[in-house]
Design a protein around this ligand. Structure first.
Ligand SMILES: Cc1ncc(COP(=O)(O)O)c(C=O)c1O
Length: 437
């Protein structure tokens, strides 16, 4: 990227020509809206044939074009082999989740055996809380971020109740200081120290869904351990989006969904990480099921749960192959592109977006506020723009122009250029349309 960033279409197109990952865009389907096509064949947003500018990969990633072939393969194997497909399918269904572990391990910085693909995020959060939230009379508190994603709030509220605690006593919320929008790292660390003796667990969204703020998972984990507590993370908005080193950072457990940056499709199977030090620990409480039982005795049809000595020992039910197929297709693209190259592109692409948006805030005019941290180390692809009361209406106006972004109350529009399929031209066109609006 040349040192001087320019707010011009020509500059954006030049960046795209120089982008070594530009070819991956054509591996995805972009949604179309024929009603937005003008007589010259362009949409208002500048795409041809009704193609929209899609900046919603933080909610639902786009469909990889190869996904259909991957699905067809399983349909063919099912049709032609039926039950034998568990062993003889091109991708034997018996071990289907296991082949997803290696590419995921590269993305989250884990050992393969620390990963399991199963269920969905909230279900997995509950399952891992059963193992890792084990309150005692003295140590029963859970430290969470104020305004965590509602499903996480419900999970921890109901877990504390299930253990017989009043959530108001057991849940410690840490939020931004008055007048601020982001949570300060130092405040999290201080809260951990303050509640240290009574803290059982620190449970945070690794990258906050509303603000786009990325927390220092390594420092938080170290502080939690120092206090005698465990550290777990919801990585829904972090996985496939930012650098993670879960094993090296000593994180105890983490869960994520696969339908955002991982492009696994709606309702795709979620993922979970358990640190190596736990995966062979048969004393940890857990809920057993035959798919978590060791393969050597799974079909003996006998009493006595013998958990697999890996994170898959937390699986329960038959692998949901059709909920994993599109994820498999997408992970193959991640491997082809190389995750570190994707992260480098995120810095440039979201950096470009940040600079262009900042230029709209000069000269005393403050039509919105970029609440996501300016520091690229503290964010991923997403920028959260606070428009207050205008946000909902503006999201609709953008949609009318062929730009898909999402709204999160109160007052925020989230804009996420995904490095696999978004371009600098997308970013420029978005900026231009926003400026006009
Ligand atoms: C941060 C976060 N946590 C949890 C969830 C819930 O995930 P699921 O519906 O797969 O349980 C979501 C869904 O978007 C999310 O964004």
């Amino acid at each position: 990227m040349p040192s001087r960033i320019e707010p011009t279409l020509a500059y954006a197109q030049q960046q795209d020509r120089e982008d070594e990952l530009k070819g991956f865009r054509s591996r995805f389907y972009f949604p179309r809206d024929e009603s937005k096509v003008r007589p010259d064949g362009q949409t208002a947003a500048g795409g041809f044939g009704g193609e929209v500018i899609y900046f919603c990969g933080n909610s639902l990633g786009l469909q990889p074009r190869e996904a259909e072939d991957y699905i067809r393969q399983e349909l063919v194997d099912w049709r032609e082999m039926a039950i034998d497909g568990y062993w003889r399918a091109r991708n034997p269904w018996m071990t289907y989740p296991a082949v997803l572990r290696a590419p995921l391990a590269r993305i989250v910085g884990a050992l393969e055996e620390e990963i399991t693909v199963m269920n969905a995020l909230t279900v997995n959060l509950h399952l891992l809380l059963l193992s890792f939230y084990r309150p005692t009379a003295g140590r029963y508190k859970v430290l969470v971020e104020a305004g965590a994603f509602p499903s996480d709030q419900y999970a921890i509220e109901t877990q504390t109740r299930w253990h017989g605690y009043d959530p108001a006593q057991a849940i410690v919320e840490i939020g931004p200081r008055p007048g601020e929008r982001l949570i300060r790292e130092e405040d999290i660390l201080e809260a951990i120290a303050v509640h240290g003796d009574s803290l059982a667990l620190v449970l945070l969204g690794g990258l906050n869904y509303y603000t786009g703020e990325l927390f220092d998972l390594a420092a938080i984990t170290t502080a939690a351990h120092k206090a005698g507590a465990l550290a777990g993370f919801d990585l829904a908005h972090a996985v496939g989006n930012v650098l993670l080193r879960l094993h090296d950072w000593d994180v105890d457990f983490a869960v994520w969904c696969s339908y955002k940056y991982l492009n696994g499709g709606p309702g795709a199977a979620g993922g979970a990480f358990l640190h190596e030090r736990f995966i062979r620990d048969i004393t940890l409480p857990r809920m057993g099921g035959w798919w978590g039982n060791d393969e050597s005795s799974r079909f003996n049809m006998q009493k006595g749960f013998i958990p697999k000595p890996t994170a898959e020992g937390w699986s329960m039910s038959t692998a949901q192959v059709f909920n994993m197929v599109c994820l498999k297709a997408s992970l193959a693209i991640f491997d082809e592109a190389g995750f570190s190259r994707l992260l480098a592109k995120t810095r440039r692409l979201t950096g470009y977006l940040y600079t262009l948006l900042e230029s709209l805030l000069g000269g005393g005019s403050r039509p919105f506020e970029i609440i996501t941290p300016a520091d690229p180390e503290r964010r991923g692809a997403q920028l959260s723009l606070y428009f207050g009361d205008r946000a909902k209406g503006l999201q609709q106006q953008l949609a009318d122009e062929g730009v898909i972004v999402d709204f999160r109350g109160p007052g925020v529009i989230r804009v996420s250029p995904a490095p696999l399929y978004n371009s600098f031209e997308d970013v420029y066109r978005f900026y231009h349309i926003l400026k006009e609006l």
